[in-house]
Design a protein around this ligand. Structure first.
Ligand code: ZN
Length: 511
């Protein structure tokens, strides 16, 4: 059976979603998990846009084994040289060069003629090829590009050495049947496409990214570009879990397969959600909380008789069983470290110490610790690697008749800062005190509380989004106490903002 390769862009396109700012350690952890999941290519970032992106792609190239590591570059020497610098230590490096080809992008963004665009794309691919055998080219905004011009640039870049041609629906404009027709037309007009890998990169502005990608596969495309939980620019990218499970479940019609170990899907989804602060909608296909629960009586009856009456895939297939009790009150450091290792987390000594301290605090309040609790603790510790501010202690007082007041003690580079504030509620008071302590000004945009696992002693999981000078940052915090989790989430978002100011980021439009 033909294999469709999975090109994961969670760390590049996904990470460009508003408010997501992953640090190097977080990106590495996601990349390691993507490798366990079995993706074929990891697009680690866009090295030229920021020092943080460059360092993350380099770290991934040096440590993550298995997948090809790709770096994005515009079709210019500086970007391509920088991309190569970042991925050169990867056993399987790929440079992904892109350039806009649609009339609207050409006129308003590039101010260049068609001939100039072709020349620039060819020069870019040739330069990338001088460094590495594996070169992908993307004509950005392909679905709004004049077909004749698209054929011309595809043919010229294959001639120049591109080994993968990606046809992006950059603005999520295509419908399945017309996207399929376009792919078919490309194969007919440019027979050399049969000698390279053809890829698609679909955005979800009309909710059709997965449908469009599947249609492209039906037309012969053998690489799809995807992101975990479908995150990405605007409405996001083609969702990894949805297209993989569609291909697996309807093998009978599609007659292709992927190399994904689907049992790692649920965990990958949880990790990406924890680290990005983007929670997954309840009714999301495959990984939503409701994907395997049945409400209606008739359905429940049927499922009790035989799950296949109303389920086309099983929870076990995507590894959703989770919630296993793995540790308890008497588990020591050795058992803790061993369990994390078995779960695939590789923590440094200092992180392990901090995670163990958090674990001990947690077992004092909660008796049984599940794998989901551990994932949340580890995610919390990974997030705190580059913290400017850490929470030392927190005290709140309030109630029906008492004005809520909070006192927080933060550490900034080892120096304690203590501040108090009164608020409309406990969380508001805590946020007021934190803002005073940091001297930052931020507006709270959204606030969400969820439980990591069920029950009254559950670990509370708070995610917030804040805005500072027009830029958004997400933060996440966990604790058995909701007020403390809220404080941690807020500080986490402020830390991301503080870090983002140190590492300037470009805002180039990308495919
Ligand atoms: Zn994109």
């Amino acid at each position: 059976m033909d294999r469709v390769t999975i090109f994961d862009t969670t760390l590049r396109d996904g990470e460009q979603s508003p408010g997501i700012n992953l640090n190097i350690k977080e990106k590495l952890e996601v990349a390691e998990q993507l490798s366990r999941l079995g993706v074929d290519i990891i697009e680690g970032g866009f090295p030229q846009t920021s020092v943080g992106d460059f360092e993350a792609v380099r770290a991934i190239s040096e440590t993550v084994k298995g997948p090809t590591i790709a770096a994005l570059a515009r079709a210019n020497e500086m970007d391509i040289d920088r991309a190569w610098e970042a991925i050169r230590s990867a056993p399987k490096p790929r440079i992904h060069v892109f350039l806009s080809t649609s009339d609207i992008h050409r006129k308003y963004m590039l101010n260049a003629t068609e001939d100039e665009i072709v020349a620039q794309a060819v020069a870019g691919v040739q330069r990338a090829k001088s460094y590495c055998e594996d070169v992908e080219f993307s004509p950005q905004d392909a679905t709004r590009t004049d077909w004749e011009f698209l054929f011309q640039i595809i043919s010229a870049t294959i001639e120049a050495g591109a080994t993968t041609i990606n046809i992006p629906d950059t603005v999520g404009y295509a419908l399945p049947h017309d996207f399929g027709a376009m792919i078919r037309a490309c194969y007919e007009a440019v027979p050399q496409l049969n000698d390279v890998t053809v890829s698609v990169h679909c955005h979800n502005d009309l909710g059709l990214a997965v449908a469009n990608s599947l249609e492209a596969v039906r037309q012969g495309v053998r690489q799809v570009e995807v992101a975990v939980n479908g995150i990405g620019e605007r409405a996001g990218n083609c969702s990894l879990e949805e297209i993989v499970m569609a291909i697996k479940t309807r093998r009978d019609l599609l007659e292709v397969e992927t190399g994904i170990n689907t049992k790692e899907i649920a965990r990958t989804s949880r990790l990406v959600s924890l680290l990005t602060g983007y929670s997954v909608q309840r009714n999301k296909a495959i990984v939503g909380e409701n994907a395997f629960s049945h409400e209606s009586g008739i359905h429940q009856h049927g499922v009790l008789q035989d799950r296949l009456t109303y389920e086309i895939i099983t929870a076990e297939e995507i590894g959703v069983e989770g919630g296993k009790i793995v540790l308890g009150k008497h588990s020591g450091r050795h058992a803790f470290a061993k369990t994390l290792e078995e779960m695939g987390f590789q923590l440094g000594k200092e992180e392990l110490n901090r995670a163990f301290t958090r674990f001990k605090e947690l077992v004092d309040r909660k008796i049984q610790i599940t794998d989901k609790d551990l994932e949340a603790i580890v995610a919390d510790e990974i997030q705190s690697v580059e913290e400017v501010y850490t929470l030392e202690s927190l005290q709140v007082a309030g109630g029906t008749h008492l004005a809520p007041t909070a006192t927080v003690r933060l550490l900034r580079e080892g120096q304690p800062i203590t501040e108090s504030a009164i608020g409309d509620g406990m969380v508001d008071a805590v946020y007021g005190a934190i803002l005073r302590a940091t001297g930052m000004e931020a507006q709270l945009i959204s606030f969400n509380v969820a439980a990591v696992t069920g029950g009254a002693e559950a670990l509370g999981d708070v995610s917030v989004q804040i805005q500072i000078d027009g830029e958004r940052y997400t933060g996440r915090g966990i604790s058995t106490d909701i007020v403390e989790a809220s404080g941690r989430a807020f500080i986490n978002a402020l830390n991301r903002a503080a870090r983002a100011h140190r590492v300037a980021r470009g805002d180039e439009p990308t495919p």
